[in-house]
Design a protein around this ligand. Sequence first.
Ligand code: NAP
Length: 316
Amino acid sequence: MYKTIVIGTGPAGLTAAIYLARANLNPLVIEGPEPGGQLTTTTEVENFPGFPEGIMGPELMANMRKQAERFGAEFRTGWINSVDTSKRPFTLSLEGGETLQAETLIISTGASAKYLGIPGERDNVGRGVSTCATCDGFFFRGKKIIVVGGGDSAMEEANFLTRFASEVVLVHRRAELRASKIMQDRARENPKITWMLNRTPLEVHATGMGVTGLKVLNNETGKEEVIETQGLFVAIGHTPNTKFLGGQIETDEIGYIKVKPGTSETNVPGIFACGDVQDNRYRQAITAAGSGCMAALDCEKFLEGSAVHDWSATLS
Ligand code: NAP
């Protein structure tokens, strides 16, 4: 039985683990299918404070993990099938049948950017294909970029990318945009954005050196076209990784965990959430790390005030 289990090893989970380990709470940290989280899929991170020359995403995450291990955090790989939050200690059921119990949980399972699922896309992530303009826009200075999507994220990414790109082409599969009027207007007023609506992406073209184009189906003419580009930003939404919770923790309509404002507390006492799994707005490594610190401190306070011995007694 653990005092606390941290689920997820992005910047939020690892920061929580560093704080919990330094507080002698011996956290168990469960690494899922993407150890290190979204930053391991990017190249250079230039906006994480403390690294004036930048740092590679995987290296930053490896450093955070080492830092947590140094203070005694225990790591294990596992896929959590389900969680029982109805009583403390909470029970986690892992794939393979094993169960784990903990007095508190910190959920930092992140959100996964949605991909188009077309040929050439995944192979070129970090080599011209990106899902994060804030992270990677800088590398496309003076280049032509395509943004795919018709929602607020796509409008925001397209506008942001015009700071760097020579031209941003917005490709959307329908003629109507899903984005709010204000975001659409802002993008439409931007002279650097051109529009290719009613186009369904089919394939990313690339050489070993990077992306060269996007093949699309023109839904008006029924013909295929290739749009030349040096970068492709996929902005078709994110999916918070909360399915395994089976609806036991309160979320918004998309699935992001709701926390009490200004804290990491979920609707279940003893369960805390941090990072992108509860943040549909900022989604930055540094904000995730900050919220991981909050979750660890909230968890520590909770354990200090909790009747830990009473729960243990119910186990026997
Ligand atoms: P979203 O509103 O769900 O929009 C996703 C867009 O991607 C839609 O236009 C959709 O096309 C398209 N899409 C989805 N799957 C696709 C596929 N397989 N192939 C091609 N296109 C695909 O997602 P979002 O833009 O990330 O926004 C999510 C939420 O965050 C929204 O509530 C939004 O308002 C909010 N948000 C707000 C701001 C802001 O206010 N500053 C910024 C970003 C996000 P269809 O329209 O054809 O379905």
